[in-house]
Design a protein around this ligand. Structure first.
Ligand code: SF4
Length: 448
């Protein structure tokens, strides 16, 4: 497709990545902005007789650009911004199709603001959207399937802003775990699916950036086979001499033995994000963090040592505001983050996002503080208390968060963390990742 007669009358698809200007979150930092990989895949799925442009508010506020079709994505916190931009196009009778996590979880709501919604993964749905637009008969809802990931098109990286320091890469989707606060299973399913390692390696070879972020929720998966495939990717990166620096997300099983961290490090891994959530059992049980519970919180330090031995820094993600949390417990959590082997300290408010059990439960119990949707979605960015936990008032929770930010992101603490990373990992780049990531979190936390 896409040659000859069509080329003079190409249609125009404009893809939009909205960011709420009042709630920029980590996008305020250049080094914590990541390319909208989903839109890159949608662009790759679009036939050649369409011109594709990407307007990315990670870099510039939206300016209207003429189009025959608009594709827009959004996280929950930027849903309103997406609706605002959609309105500008619908005024001009340009059809707007919305996809991504928010529209998939709040389809009825989104349909009030856009012409069609793609629910779930776009690969199996987008070709039909384009065909229907060409035939002049757009449907209201398209449902993507949890299809096999072999043969996945590579995202159109040429459309991403050149300022991105990290390239985003995906090797797997889905999660068999069932954490209360997480919508990954609702969006990507419970079956962990992997791309064939050779396909991932071929894609990695096309990426010019030195630095990568593997966006998978757990890069090594949950079984023997997926672990072997992850190892095949790491070994392949070494064999192909890709010479990258990267970070990824994983569960504690990343550190079950030395082999995985060893090969990850040799392939260029400098930091791993671990969803630790809490340092005490009751809190883990409350959010159903099964994998951490099974290993026990006393296994955390051994896991950190194992990761450090390989030359990799640990980004420990913790949640504040669970029902069992009290001011004392949260101060303890903050101290744990400061003194433990965690290198990079991330703390967020427990945030009930649509599509999760946590959201349904808190709404039923009347414990959500803000329910004027869609306006109030912008508060659901993990940087604000949006519900009433049982053991602490929202005001006290906000205060503990502020005090903890001042405590853990104080410059002397950050300097000590970076030096400790250097000491434990003997890897200057891991220490650099520690320093930069903690500074980024400091910036968004407003710590003075
Ligand atoms: S938080 Fe992580 S482990 Fe839990 S369900 Fe979500 S992706 Fe799976």
């Amino acid at each position: 497709m896409g040659s000859g007669g069509f080329s003079e009358m190409k249609r125009k698809l404009v893809l939009i990545n909205p960011v709420n200007p009042a709630r920029t979150g980590l996008t305020v930092n250049k080094s914590s902005r990541f390319p909208p990989i989903g839109l890159g895949i949608v662009a790759a799925l679009t036939p050649d007789h369409w011109d594709v442009a990407l307007l990315d508010e990670n870099w510039e506020p939206f300016v209207y650009q003429g189009a025959d079709l608009v594709g827009i994505t959004a996280f929950t916190a930027s849903a309103n911004r997406a609706y605002e931009i959609a309105a500008a196009y619908r005024e001009q009778d340009v059809p707007v199709v919305m996809g991504g996590i928010h529209a998939s979880m709040c389809t009825e709501e989104a349909l009030r603001f856009v012409d069609a919604v793609v629910v779930g993964e776009a690969e199996t749905a987008w070709p039909q959207v384009v065909a229907d637009v060409e035939a002049g008969g757009l449907q209201r809802v398209y449902r993507g399937e949890w299809a096999d990931l072999a043969g996945l098109p590579q995202p159109r990286r040429d459309l991403f802003h050149p300022g991105y320091m990290f390239a985003s890469v995906q090797t797997s989707r889905g999660c068999p775990m069932d954490c209360e606060f997480c919508s990954v299973t609702a969006f990507n399913g419970r079956r962990y699916r992997r791309r064939p390692p050779e396909e991932v390696l071929d894609e990695l070879q096309t990426i010019p950036q030195k630095m990568l972020f593997f966006v998978d929720d757990n890069i090594i998966g949950y079984g023997r086979e997926s672990r072997e495939q992850a190892l095949a990717i790491f070994r392949g990166m070494v064999e192909r001499k890709l010479d990258k620096w990267w970070f990824c997300q994983a569960s504690l099983n990343f550190a079950d033995d030395d082999e995985v961290p060893h090969w990850a490090a040799r392939a260029g891994c400098r930091m791993v994000f671990l969803g630790l959530e809490a340092e005490e059992v009751d809190a883990l049980a409350e959010v159903n963090k099964r994998l951490n519970l099974r290993r026990g919180v006393e296994s955390y330090e051994e896991a950190f040592r194992c990761v450090h031995r390989a030359g990799i820094a640990v980004l420990g993600a913790f949640i504040f505001g669970m029902d069992g949390d009290t001011p004392e417990k949260l101060h303890h959590r903050a101290e744990y983050m400061v003194h433990s082997g965690v290198d990079v300290m991330q703390k967020t408010f427990l945030t009930p996002l649509p599509g999760t059990r946590l959201f349904s439960q808190l709404r039923e119990e009347g414990r959500l503080l803000y329910t004027d949707f869609p306006q109030d979605w912008e508060r659901y960015d993990m940087g604000e208390a949006v519900h009433r936990p049982r053991g602490i008032t929202p005001e006290a929770l906000a205060q503990v968060m502020e005090e903890s930010s001042r405590r853990m992101y104080a410059w002397p603490v950050l300097a000590r963390k970076a030096l400790r990373t250097l000491w434990e990992t003997r890897n200057p780049m891991a220490a650099m990742f520690t320093w930069q990531s903690n500074v980024n979190y400091r910036n968004v936390s407003g710590a003075k």
